[in-house]
Design a protein around this ligand. Structure first.
Ligand code: ZN
Length: 165
């Protein structure tokens, strides 16, 4: 993966508590890069960030992710928990204003067996739903219906995202 050639990689290589998992983990890599349009990063908080899922179940599929490389929901600190939920609230508000969905599915897959694509780094899925869209289970079974390009969704959401966050 070409992202491994990013200059900050030297920090990892030179770091004594070097973790190879974190070097190749997109949820660790993306928020450190200054390439938000390509990486689909929407917002950076102090402990948590938000990005669009590159392999969405529906248009506007957002991921809420703590910076810390952990698979353990139960390990989140109070500060992380608070921001995890407040960025989730903002993402839902922005999605409502920009895409007017009829509902949402929110979910965290803990472990590969539960369907986690990246099981080493905790993330919450926010999947907007519209009346008449296809069944959620058939969506997750790869029958993707995406009426809008990711870059268009990203532009729209960035424009509506509160600027102080
Ligand atoms: Zn990670």
């Amino acid at each position: 993966m070409h992202i491994l050639r990013a200059p900050w990689r030297m920090d990892y290589i030179n770091s004594s508590n070097n973790d190879t998992q974190e070097q190749s983990c997109i949820f660790c890599v993306y928020p450190k890069e200054q390439n938000d349009a390509e990486n689909l990063v929407l917002s950076r908080g102090e402990h948590v960030f938000a990005m669009l899922n590159r392999y969405p179940y529906s248009t506007g599929h957002v991921l809420i992710i703590p910076y810390r490389h952990t698979p353990l929901l139960e390990s989140l600190t109070n500060e992380e928990k608070l921001e995890f939920m407040s960025i989730t609230q903002i993402a839902i508000d922005v999605t409502k204003r920009t895409m007017k969905p009829d509902g949402f599915n929110l979910g965290i897959n803990l472990g590969k067996v539960a369907g986690a694509g990246i099981d080493s780094h905790l993330h919450l899925h926010i999947v907007p739903r519209w009346n008449g869209d296809i069944n959620f289970m058939s969506v997750t079974a790869e029958a993707k219906v995406l009426p809008e390009a990711l870059s268009v969704t990203w532009e729209k959401m960035i424009a509506s995202w509160p600027k102080n966050n």
